[in-house]
Design a protein around this ligand. Structure first.
Ligand SMILES: [Cu+2]
Length: 117
């Protein structure tokens, strides 16, 4: 009885030490504060990322990796880029700091929010 408890304790300690090692490193790829987005990829049917962050006055690259045509449209901001399948383009973000909803004119379910900082 006493021996079995000891073994269980040893196994628990070994397991904890082993599992703890890799835990901290996993967060590195996240969307950290201060990181801006270079490229928005259009796929069937979503934007990746759907929450890009850009600096005011910068240029945002657009790549359509989908099989269908898609648009990057900010309806109220005079930005409406149409990309055929496989096409690349870019838009100049001449907007004031704030958040702006965008979508695809062809696929209303494709939408996202652009943050200008
Ligand atoms: Cu679309």
């Amino acid at each position: 009885m006493r021996y079995a408890r000891w073994v269980l304790f040893a196994v628990l300690v070994a397991g904890t030490a082993c599992g703890g090692g890799g835990g901290e490193d996993g967060n590195g790829g996240g969307n950290g504060a201060g990181t801006t987005t270079d490229t928005v990829t259009l796929v069937d049917n979503a934007f990746e990322p759907s929450d890009p962050v850009v600096d005011a006055g910068s240029t945002l690259a657009l790549v359509n990796e989908g099989a269908a045509s898609h648009t990057f449209t900010l309806a109220d901001q005079d930005i409406d880029e149409t990309l055929e399948a496989g096409a690349e383009s870019s838009v100049e973000i001449s907007l004031e700091a704030g958040t702006y909803d965008f979508d695809c004119s062809f696929h209303p379910e494709m939408s996202g929010t652009l943050t200008v900082q």
